[in-house]
Design a protein around this ligand. Structure first.
Ligand code: FES
Length: 168
């Protein structure tokens, strides 16, 4: 009788161990399956980047004084009103991509990173052309149009030939 009890206790003990390991295995499998499912969902989801529009609304022409240079730091453009008309230049230096700055006291655009300088109003010079410094190219002219509502629109994705002014 006591032998039977001993065997039963041993069996019970073995059963508990087996049940524990089965539960442990199932728990591990569940965690692995959940991880795989999460990874698969992330892998299969479209990886979409939402870039801001390249077109900038620069507002009404009358907001710009004659012979003014306006830097929009957020969009990285200069909107310039010259006697010949409006034009836009990229404000991003063609050397290593620093944001340039308008220097009204000198009448030029200058890059703070390595000292490139560019013309804006100098007589006979093409605005955007390099004066000095390591920049390999001029600041590009950007397509500038007038919207149906009469706003100046600058398309940062479209470069145009220099000296194509927008007359308003
Ligand atoms: S980034 Fe402008 S001069 Fe180097």
């Amino acid at each position: 009788m006591s032998e039977e009890k001993k065997i039963t206790a041993a069996e019970t003990h073995e059963f508990n161990r087996r049940a524990f390991f089965v539960k442990l295995g199932l728990g591990s499998l569940s965690i692995a399956a959940a991880g795989t499912a999460a990874f698969s969902y992330q892998f299969l989801s479209p990886n979409v980047l939402y870039e801001p529009s390249p077109i900038v609304n620069a507002g009404k022409p009358e907001n710009y004084a004659m012979d003014s240079v306006t830097l929009d730091v957020n969009s990285g453009i200069y909107l310039i009103r010259a006697q010949e008309g409006f034009f836009a230049l990229s404000a991003i230096c063609t050397h290593l991509g620093c944001m340039t700055a308008w220097k009204p006291e000198l009448g030029i655009i200058a890059c703070p990173c390595h000292g490139s300088k560019f013309y804006v109003h100098e007589g006979g010079k093409i605005p955007g052309q390099k004066i000095e410094g390591p920049a390999p190219k001029p600041l590009p002219w950007l397509q500038t149009t007038l919207s149906e509502e009469g706003d100046l629109m600058v398309d940062r994705s479209k470069q145009i030939d220099p000296m194509k002014f927008l007359r308003v």
